[in-house]
Design a protein around this ligand. Sequence first.
Ligand code: HEC
Length: 192
Amino acid sequence: MKLKVYALALFTIVGTLAAMAFVSSDSQSKSTTLFPVAEAADAAEARTPIQVEQIQIVETAELMKLLVDPMFEELKDAVENPPEKRRHWRSLYIAAFNLAELSNLNFSRRDDDYMSTTEWVEFCIKSRDLSIALADSVKGQADYSIIKNNFLALTDNCNDCHTKFEPGEVDKIEVPESWKENAAGEKEDIPL
Ligand code: HEC
């Protein structure tokens, strides 16, 4: 008799669970609209505007202080000596591509009137092109002298932009200390 009660209880539980599973799978299939993949892609495209205007989040001085300069310091450390091991190349690669992407943010600066001039845009383009050239030379594991030259061109460009738009306001962006010490010897190796 007792056994029968247990069996009945067990059937009831199993039955309830099965019913719950059925209901939940049914409600799921109702909430997910099924349509062909191509149609789904069309719908996604319609929802995502292709041209989105970038908005400035921090002031330019902050962008430089919080993002550009720390990444530049990483790059400076990574480029100081010829990369040998994989991890050296990796550090260079990360810093160079980060700076290249960061250079895109210069275009959307608006905290000063001159940032709406063509001169500013020209500087932004030059800065982006120079950082891409550096990143590409790192990616292709180019000769160290080429990488170094690209880095020097980028550094000059940092200073040129500061001198042009904020003369006397920003400390000079420097190359690695050891390069300055060996400046005489370096000049022979690297035609500038
Ligand atoms: C397109 C122009 C432009 C380029 C290129 C540029 N900067 Fe700047 N930078 C600015 C402006 C504008 C300021 C803000 C000056 C101000 O408002 O006082 C600034 C400020 C700075 C500051 C001072 C931030 C602070 O207030 O503490 C540093 C550091 C700096 N930049 C580093 C760099 C480095 C490193 C590079 C190159 C990798 C670079 N910048 C490239 C325009 C530029």
